[in-house]
Design a protein around this ligand. Structure first.
Ligand code: ZN
Ligand code: ZN
Length: 375
């Protein structure tokens, strides 16, 4: 069995090759002096596989905004460095539970404990005891040759056709988070929706809303190329908000609504950019019986008159991760071609991890970067 020309070797390897975050970038509070972080090639032991744990040979691991936050921006990981980052992982089970042996799998980015009240009441995506590779699973993460994981949450990949296994890594976070967000918004067939920020996660948000039956999807971004792409992949209308005030954008939306005879109420807005202007725009657009779902993360504070929510009978909702049980549905949207997937993913050798991190940190790439182990 091979994946992109590399053999998949069954059994337990001698060691795990990994690119570990030895230390993140740090900034001195007083002097503001920045000490550069370090990601280094390291070798770690294979842990003993306890019942219910399998070893996955990594086919690919996506570089996520969250990884960059841990490395560059002082966001703390639960397990202290050195540890291996990376939580968007696809691969093949090579050891552990017989039932899983040889199967191609996605490892969910967030794995609930399945014991607590949140888990038992359907809110396991925000379980407080959840485990995340490259954050809270000890030293183990996806930028490695192998990773030990609980088998209970694995999503088996079937019928992937000619989609390379390593590219499917992106389903494990960038493509599943929007699905959970749509569920959180109680998306109904025919709903009118807006997506602000159509980069790494937002492009899937647009495509999935359409695939799940949204009546209208309006894409908003400051990057015209991305917007043009979205018009070919599910968006009905695009607004370039670059250099415009929130009121200007609201005006353009109103004209579009009028032209198409769409309701003025009940719009569901997905804020994916995580930026201050994006969030301010989302709040400006939120109106009667509307819902604003906060998908993107940013550290800034925003001013808003929350009494408007009362007058509008509207809601602001946060959403986190995605329940493992939704993974097969998202995977099916991808493998059945209902959403265009491969155009938005690029692969690179894992040995270029330092360059890939730097590049993605400078500017979020139009195509998500998946690192493929070459060591
Ligand atoms: Zn992520
Ligand atoms: Zn739990």
């Amino acid at each position: 069995m091979t994946v992109s020309g590399k053999p998949v070797e069954m059994g337990i390897p001698d060691k795990i090759d990994t690119w570990q975050m030895v230390e993140p970038f740090t900034r001195d509070r007083e002097t503001k002096e920045v000490t550069p972080g370090k990601i280094e090639r390291t070798v770690v032991d294979v842990p003993e596989l306890t019942p219910g744990t399998v070893l996955v040979q990594v086919a690919g691991c996506g570089v996520c905004h969250t990884d960059l936050g841990y490395f560059y921006d002082g966001v703390p990981t639960v397990s202290k460095p050195p540890l291996t980052l990376g939580h968007e992982i696809s691969g093949t089970v090579v050891a552990g539970d017989d039932h899983w042996l040889g199967k191609e799998v996605l490892i969910p980015a967030v794995m609930p404990c399945r014991q607590c009240l949140l888990c038992k009441t359907g809110r396991g995506n925000r379980c407080l005891g959840q485990k995340m590779p490259g954050n809270s699973m000890g030293i183990y993460g996806g930028f490695a040759s192998h990773i030990p994981v609980p088998s209970i949450d694995l999503c088996e990949i079937k019928n992937r056709g000619d989609i390379p296994l390593e590219k499917l890594a992106v389903v494990a976070d960038a493509a599943t988070t929007p699905f959970q967000a749509a569920k959180r918004a109680d998306l109904k067939v025919g709903d009118n929706t807006i997506v602000i920020g159509v980069g790494g996660v937002g492009q899937y948000m647009v495509q999935e809303l359409k695939a799940l039956g949204a009546g209208t999807v309006v894409a908003i971004d400051i990057n015209q190329e991305r917007l043009d792409n979205m018009l070919k992949n599910g968006a009905d209308f695009a607004i370039n908000s670059g250099g415009k005030s929130a009121r200007d954008v609201a005006g353009e939306l109103k004209a579009f609504r009028k032209e198409n005879g769409l309701d003025t109420f009940g719009w569901k807005i997905f804020e994916v950019s995580g930026t201050k202007p994006g969030q301010e725009l989302a709040l400006t657009l939120l109106s009667f019986t509307g819902k604003l779902v906060v998908v993107g993360f940013g550290p800034q504070k925003i001013e808003y008159s929350i009494s408007r929510l009362m007058a509008f009978d509207a809601e602001i909702i946060g959403t986190w991760g995605c329940l493992p049980e939704y993974y097969p549905a998202v995977l099916n949207l991808v493998t059945s071609g209902k959403i265009n997937f491969t155009d938005f993913v690029q692969t690179r050798p894992m040995s270029t991890i330092n360059e890939a991190f730097e590049e993605a940190h400078r500017q979020s790439p139009d195509q998500r970067i998946v690192l493929v182990p070459d060591f």
